[in-house]
Design a protein around this ligand. Structure first.
Ligand code: C2E
Ligand code: CA
Ligand code: CA
Length: 419
């Protein structure tokens, strides 16, 4: 077999594969033309000609059936093979709705091809339909769930069923309130409070996340003056002026209008840009580094803070720390949780703290649940903490009450019941 890592040259007239053979590769045509044909009763029936910029041979590897036709070079060709593994991996990562569509297209294509081959044979309309294979059934079920959830999300946006909860972020040591992370919840009419893990992934796949973020930003603009005001009513317990951080996704950063949309919200509400932070994960940055960098640079230039969320769990190509205007690192709670029992995790936290210190930005430790974790992190020089120890995410009225009654010196007294 040919070298799967390189272009292959196929001299004019060469047969690449024959009908009925198993297929392990599809081919991208860089130059030349390929003829797809059938052999019947000693004759050749041409089916198609494929040229530069096209792919062929994909059917057999998409549905694992034998080659449905033969392929021959009409002229000298340059081809790049695409292996079954390369295509299968991408398919498994693809939206189930797209996979379902592809499966249907493949089945219909094969059906047409077999009718063509056995000319005169008409499809039996009384034949019972073959049931879906287990994997097709799983795709079908996943597609239904995704489509239904997506429609529900659209309706939820229209009916304003989303709500922001706020979780305190405190300065470690004195435990003064520094700010809040805004975390979305869906108040579903039948299912009650739905956590973001149950709908944010579908919102991202469907592109609806952009509308969700628009709503989050507008809502933050609406409630932030109240949060700031509550902070002014309890200045002794507050570290400077309070900030609010919002989670943004790669889709948000990819649209050119994003920085303008946030700046407009800040302008119309009169909120100081420095009071708003954007939280982005490393994987978000890696997905489309160019557009993410442009958007973040504009947002930072307007004065907003930029935090890297779940730091240490993504691809950690640290190069973005020198090129992007990052102002905060948020250490993932997996390290915080394991820190006291696992020396390795403690070392990782220490290393992140040293790194942040070297580049002159503060760290927020996420997921602090135990007093000892807060004490250890403060001793290691971590400036800020967030976690159930200080407070769970709660709706706005509880948030305002929490700010007004916050007493920085006794953080444990502020533990709230589960939200
Ligand atoms: P995240 O940005 O890492 O948010 C922190 C999550 O950790 C929150 O879960 C919070 O409730 C939880 N958490 C905080 N402290 C503790 C603790 O001490 N122990 C434990 N076990 N958990 C703690 P939540 O609210 O369910 O949010 C989950 C994820 O959903 C967020 O992770 C974020 O990635 C996403 N998300 C939430 N709101 C939004 C939003 O408005 N927009 C976008 N794009 N994503 C959001
Ligand atoms: Ca976050
Ligand atoms: Ca996080």
């Amino acid at each position: 077999m040919h070298d799967p890592y390189a272009h292959i040259t196929l001299p004019a007239g060469t047969i690449l594969f024959e009908e009925g053979e198993p297929g392990a590769y599809a081919y991208l045509i860089t130059s030349g033309r390929i003829e797809i044909f059938l052999r019947r009763d000693g004759r050749e029936i041409p089916l198609a000609v494929r040229g530069a910029g096209e792919i062929f041979g994909e059917m057999a590897i998409l549905d694992s059936d034998p080659r449905s036709a033969s392929a021959r070079a009409l002229e000298d060709c340059l081809l790049v093979p695409v292996s079954e593994a390369q295509i299968r991996h991408r398919l498994s990562e693809t939206d189930p709705i797209l996979r379902l569509c592809l499966g249907v297209v493949m089945a219909r294509y094969r059906e047409t091809a077999s009718l063509l081959k056995e000319k005169g044979v008409v499809a039996r309309r009384d034949a019972p339909p073959a049931g879906p294979s287990p994997s097709a059934q799983a795709d079908f079920d996943a597609a239904i769930s995704a489509v239904v959830l997506e429609r529900e999300l659209r309706r939820a946006l229209d009916r304003r069923e989303f709500e922001l909860f706020f979780q305190p972020i405190v300065r470690l040591g004195g435990e003064q309130l520094a700010g809040f992370e805004a975390l979305i919840r869906w108040r579903h009419p039948e299912r009650g409070l739905v956590p973001p893990a149950a709908f944010i992934p579908v919102a991202e796949e469907s592109g609806l996340i952009v509308d969700v973020t628009d709503w989050v930003v507008a809502e933050v603009g609406r409630v932030m003056p109240e949060i700031m005001l509550a902070g002014l009513q309890n200045v002794a317990a507050v570290d400077g002026s309070l900030f609010v951080s919002v989670n943004v996704s790669g889709h948000d950063l990819a649209r050119a209008s994003f920085p303008g949309m946030i700046c407009e919200m800040l302008r119309t509400t009169g909120i100081a840009p420095g009071s708003l932070k954007l939280e982005i994960t490393e994987s978000t940055l890696m997905r489309d580094p160019g557009s993410a960098a442009d958007a973040l640079t504009l947002c930072r230039a307007s004065g907003m803070g930029i935090a890297i969320d779940d730091f240490g769990t993504g691809y950690s190509s640290l190069s973005y720390l020198s090129t992007l205007p990052i102002t905060t690192l948020k250490v993932d709670r997996a390290f915080v949780r394991a820190m006291l029992s696992e020396p390795r995790d403690r070392k990782i936290v220490q290393t992140i703290l040293r790194l942040a210190d070297e580049i002159g930005i503060p760290v927020v430790a996420e997921g602090i649940e135990e007093r000892e974790e807060a004490v250890a992190l403060a001793a290691m020089g971590c400036a800020y903490g967030q976690g159930y120890l200080f407070g769970r995410p709660v709706p706005l009225p509880e948030t305002l009450a929490l700010i007004r009654s916050w007493n920085g010196m006794e953080p444990v007294a502020h533990r709230l019941p589960a939200a």
